[in-house]
Design a protein around this ligand. Structure first.
Ligand code: MSP
Length: 676
């Protein structure tokens, strides 16, 4: 039977978990859950990387032994992954003896192949990356291009790995496995690196002790990346060491090329080279199979800035989980960022998706059918219907559910969680539209029971599809949803495919359990208070231009009125240059309580992040008309309070009292584009 084995990088324990590391772990968990619910033998590994000079020095600074130090840093990782509902099957530590033994065994296998030799090493090393550099890789002043800190000059006798001998073998392997590295663009970078500069790799260090001893030479420790990469097989019991079982290794690691053991390493783009070049070369040398795929995701910034301790914008997952729950954070990260590309974490954006897609979209769909109709008029039971009597509009929705389940499955299989969620959300939108069109509340009022049953059944079926399809990303909310529909929580089992594969599986007559709203609203003040608590304080606000001169006239007056008022005196281009006009997209729109004029908008300005803007257009627009629309925004106004709410920016509109039109760009320009 085919199997699926997914791994995260093992994280250095000198940092606590943050949303960057959480991103890799959540993604791996999503894919593991997807394959588990398909009934495939599935294994999900995560863990920590505990050796190396970086950790030895950190322990020294703290006056601790390295072992005591790393021991103290492991629990936060396990706790964070548990809080985020990341259900790993195994957690490997590189200080585990099962790991050390097997890293040494892999070393011996490479020695036996003749690929490890001793020589003098002279070179440049970044301790932060635990990686070797050449002069031409460095920034001016011999700074590491990633950490921007000076590299160290090494001059010692070490063991080398004959990496240069693997260039052709790697290139042939890449040729035969065209999906080995994803996304494709990154694969090209890997290939050109291998083509141009594959030199032998220093594989041991003799100037510090905190590592795994080189077999037969206690003066050397194994290079931390050789040690770390081995975790992916040592956790499975491979390579086999005397007398111990390697059953998991046999079950989950490819034993021949393109057998049906699929192994996917999820890594950040920063560590792709180690995984796509060194790791397959070590395995080839040892006579073992490389993994099936290395998937390099992008890098997360926070409000447009790199996460760093000095900027004080490290975001820990725990407070976010406490505020919105694990599933919402998982959903946001998987939905907002195209897997493989860099993405920006924005708290405002997270809340906008919470209220818009989750609350108004999915939560509302469940609520309007289950709480408002099934509970009140159908005694809480799923109606029984004749499949053959369904109307075309019902069938269209159910066919859509089936088609999108197929599309979402394909995207999960291809490691495209954001596209899987696009397909799932298409169904949320279609189902809400279906309810709008079929108006079940009117059917109740008019006593059209048979039709009401059909409409309710169809809507509940769509919700069943959604509950199942969302389980990999939102396991807790999806289970709640399914339980409200009357099902038991989902317990995937090997050999049992739980992915929805046909409509009509919702049994008529079962008792539903309408419960609390899945995504209760935060009142605007509550949200502001949470934002204030959650947002990193030290991160400088995104400033795009100096504060403008007195507010510019952004609502164009109609021609007649302008003539009446007379034209404005001539100005110059500098006055225009002081204002920052941008294209944004309305993610959420709602009326401000007790005001018939004001709408509260949440507007995505791309790289400038999300803005809350209060616009005096409530007499001219229904909030729904604006959601999803691209609009023009004056972005560099100082924040201002109206009706107790903060507004940061202004929406451009043309017209006057009677007719007013919010301006939109005529073409699909990227969010945040300047208007000039
Ligand atoms: N220990 C090595 C990995 C060894 S794997 C055999 C390492 N550890 S790390 O702690 O630095 O974590 C690296 C991984 O964490 C990245 O590759 C990425 O998966 C994740 N991320 C850390 N910061 C991140 C962001 N800001 N954004 C996205 N992912 C990030 O390298």
């Amino acid at each position: 039977m085919s199997s699926f084995y997914v791994t995260t990088p093992i994280y250095y324990v000198n940092d606590k978990p943050h949303i960057g590391t959480a991103y890799s772990t959540i993604a791996a968990d999503v894919f593991a859950r997807y394959h588990r619910m398909r009934g495939e033998p599935t294994r999900f590994l995560t863990g920590v990387d505990e050796h190396g000079i970086k950790l030895e020095r950190r322990a020294q600074q703290l006056g601790q032994t390295p072992q005591a130090y790393v021991d103290s840093m492991v629990p936060p990782f396990k706790e964070a992954w548990q809080q985020l509902s990341c259900a790993y099957d195994d957690f490997i530590r590189t200080t585990d003896s099962r790991h050390k033994q097997r890293a040494q065994e892999l070393w011996r296998m490479c020695v036996a192949k003749g690929d490890i030799y001793e020589d003098d090493y002279q070179g440049l090393y970044c301790v932060g990356c635990e990686a070797y550099y050449t002069e031409k890789d460095l920034l001016e002043g011999r700074l590491c291009p990633i950490h921007k800190t000076p590299v160290e000059v090494l001059n010692e006798r070490t063991y080398f790995f004959r990496l240069s001998a693997y260039a052709d073998k790697l290139l042939a392997f890449y040729e035969q496995n065209p999906r080995f590295v994803q996304p494709e663009g990154r694969f090209n970078e890997v290939k050109s690196f291998v083509r141009s500069e594959l030199r032998d790799l220093s594989l041991s260090r003799a100037t510090f002790k905190w590592g795994i001893q080189v077999p037969d030479n206690p003066d050397h420790v194994i290079y931390v990346w050789f040690d770390a990469l081995t975790n992916y097989i040592s956790a499975l019991g491979g390579p086999k060491v005397n007398g111990e079982s390697d059953a998991l290794f046999q079950q989950f690691w490819p034993q021949a090329r393109n057998d049906d053991h699929e192994v996917v390493h999820i890594v950040g783009k920063d560590i792709l080279r180690f995984h796509a070049v060194y790791w397959p070369a070590f395995l080839m040398s040892a006579g073992l199979q490389p993994p099936s795929q290395v998937w390099a995701h992008g890098w997360l910034t926070v409000d447009g800035q790199k996460m760093s301790k000095s900027l004080g914008n490290f975001i820990a997952p725990a407070p976010l989980v406490e505020a919105v729950g694990a599933d919402v954070l998982r959903y946001y990260l998987m939905r907002d960022i195209a897997f493989g590309q860099d993405g920006d974490f924005s708290h405002e954006n997270l809340f906008a998706r919470y209220h818009g897609e989750l609350g108004n979209g999915l939560g509302n769909l469940l609520n309007r059918i289950l709480a408002s109709i099934v509970r009140k008029t159908l005694e809480g039971r799923v109606p029984t219907i004749e499949r053959s009597e369904l109307h075309a509009i019902d069938r269209a929705l159910l066919d859509r559910a089936q088609a999108n389940a197929g599309t979402a499955a394909k995207h999960f299989e291809d490691i495209n969680p954001n596209r899987a969620l696009d397909a799932i959300w298409e169904l949320v939108t279609a189902a809400n539209k279906y309810v709008d069109q079929t108006e079940p509340w009117k059917l109740v009022k008019n006593g059209q029971t048979n039709r009401l049953h059909q409409v309710v059944y169809t809507s509940l079926e769509a919700l069943r599809y959604l509950g199942l399809m969302l389980w990999p990303v939102m396991p807790n909310k999806a289970s709640e949803l399914l339980q409200q529909l009357g099902f038991d929580a989902l317990h995937p089992e090997e050999g049992m495919d739980l992915w929805p594969n046909d409509w009509g599986k919702l049994p008529g007559g079962i008792e539903t359990r309408p419960g609390k709203p899945l995504f209760p609203r935060f009142e605007p003040e509550q949200q502001l208070a949470l934002l204030d608590k959650l947002k990193p304080k030290a991160a400088p606000a995104v400033e795009s231009a100096p504060a403008p001169a007195p507010a510019a006239p952004v609502v164009a007056k109609p021609a007649a009125a302008t003539r009446e008022l007379g034209e404005k005196p001539p100005t110059n281009i500098d006055a225009f240059g002081a204002i920052d006009l941008r294209v944004g997209e309305v993610k959420l729109a709602e009326r401000v309580p007790k005001s018939d004029k004001l709408l509260r908008l949440e507007v995505d300005l791309g790289p400038l992040g999300m803005r809350q803007i209060l616009a005096g257009i409530g007499k001219h627009y229904q909030p729904e008309e604006l959601v999803g629309r691209r609009i023009a925004v004056l972005a560099n106004l100082p924040p201002r309070k109206m009706m107790g709410l903060q507004s940061q920016g202004m929406v451009l509109a043309a017209g006057d009292g009677d007719v007013l039109s919010v301006l939109s760009p005529g073409r699909d320009v990227p969010l945040g584009s300047t208007i000039a």
